[in-house]
Write a protein that binds this ligand. Structure first.
Ligand code: NAP
Ligand code: G4F
Length: 326
């Protein structure tokens, strides 16, 4: 039985990946920052067989202790502060957790495996935010990075550390450069879930307005369940490498609004939605869209959920949750 250790198991991707690996027969271990609370309970519900270890990416000893206890064959580093929008307000904290946290984990792995570098396969959750001011459209694995947010800069550090540990020490260290992926488990601060939740509440008469940022921003949005399958495939390859994971299509925030409101029978959403400068960002990623040729050819990976299906899935889920609460 293979053993996997997931940092960030309480997050959107951690939950889907934990479920996937448990289904595949893995012994799943996860890092949690606290051994109680709603997010802890969500892991227990989704992956009841998982063993959870209290640790923090900013605390190297807690990482080493977890590795020594779990003895994983595969480590998936999904932990980190992941919200771009607030990363300007806590740039230093995001550098510590999302950037240096990856290095702490790589170092803990080195200490844990000693001379036997082949004992562990490492996956780093890299991000399309590293492309920021995109130097090419679409972006592929060799496109130069130009991160436009403290989050993007921190992810770029973690990404290059992953490559550096692969090249310097022969560690099997791979990365997935993932474009936006969403689901009913998405945090409520991210634009897709913010919209699906508000649309559900507006349709039930629980709210009457939605404050938004840049409605013309475009993203390459896919379904998180598809994207965690790619993470697993990446670590099953004979040689460590980096892969773009995306849908290859972009939509504007207003397209998401169109479909989400239409799903509850509202066509003229303009009377509910207001642009609030608080949600505008100092700089934005531009023309972010992934070229997935390598993932398709090498991993045999392709997304299965369309943009339309994703929006419908999220609105339906939020409607059901809001109705339950009534
Ligand atoms: P998420 O839902 O925000 O989950 C983040 C996870 O990181 C949570 O489990 C959180 O735990 C954990 N975490 C936060 N601070 C930590 C710390 N100091 N030490 C250890 N763990 C910590 O993010 P996600 O959407 O699942 O994304 C997973 C990873 O992929 C993240 O690294 C994200 O930056 C990256 N990524 C995401 C996307 C996307 O579109 N979703 C795209 C590209 C890359 P708590 O529950 O304790 O807060
Ligand atoms: O949903 P978002 O906050 O996601 P963002 O910034 O693209 O980051 C997500 O995807 C990255 C992958 O590239 C991950 F690495 C990262 O961890 C995270 O998962 O915003 C999407 C777009 C942005 O252009 C933003 O300006 O939506 C725009 N937007 C417009 N109004 C808004 C809003 N975003 C949020 N969160 N809230 C708004 O009201």
């Amino acid at each position: 039985m293979k053993r996997a250790l997931i940092t960030g198991i309480t997050g959107q991707d951690g939950l889907y990946l934990g479920e996937l690996l448990a289904e595949k027969g893995y012994e799943v271990h996860g890092l949690v920052r606290s051994a109680s609370g709603e997010r802890y309970d969500a892991v227990v519900d989704a992956v009841p067989s998982a063993t959870l270890h209290v640790a923090d990416l900013t605390d190297p000893m807690s990482l080493l202790r977890s590795l020594d206890t779990a003895q994983p064959d595969e480590v998936y580093n999904l932990g980190g502060i992941s919200f771009v929008g607030s990363s300007w307000e806590h740039a230093s904290a995001i550098a510590d957790v999302t950037g240096k946290g990856a290095l702490n984990l790589l170092d803990a792995i080195r200490l844990h495996v000693g001379d036997d570098m082949e004992r562990i396969r490492f996956y780093q959750a890299s991000s399309s935010e590293m492309f920021g001011k995109a130097q090419e459209v679409p972006q592929h694995e060799r496109t130069a990075f130009w991160p436009r947010s403290p989050y993007g800069v921190s992810k770029t550090f973690g990404h290059f550390m992953t490559i550096n540990y692969r090249e310097s020490y022969g560690l099997y260290a791979s990365s997935g450069i993932l474009f936006n992926h969403e689901s009913p488990r998405r945090g409520p601060e991210f634009v897709t879930r913010k919209i699906s939740r508000a649309v559900a509440r507006i349709s039930l008469g629980l709210e009457d307005s939605l404050s938004m940022g840049n409605l013309d921003a475009r993203r390459d949005w896919g379904f998180a369940g598809d994207f965690v399958r790619a993470m697993w495939l990446i670590l099953q390859q004979p040689v460590a490498d980096d892969y773009i994971i995306a849908t290859g299509q972009t939509h504007a925030v207003r397209d998401f609004l169109d479909l989400a409101f239409a799903a509850v029978g509202i066509d003229d959403w303009g009377r509910y939605v207001h642009v609030d400068p608080r949600f505008l960002r100092p700089t934005e990623g531009e023309q972010l869209v992934g070229d997935t040729t390598k993932a398709r050819e090498v991993l045999g990976w392709a997304p299965t959920v369309s943009f339309e299906e994703l929006v419908a899935m999220m609105v339906e889920s939020d409607l059901a949750a809001e109705k339950k609460g009534l």
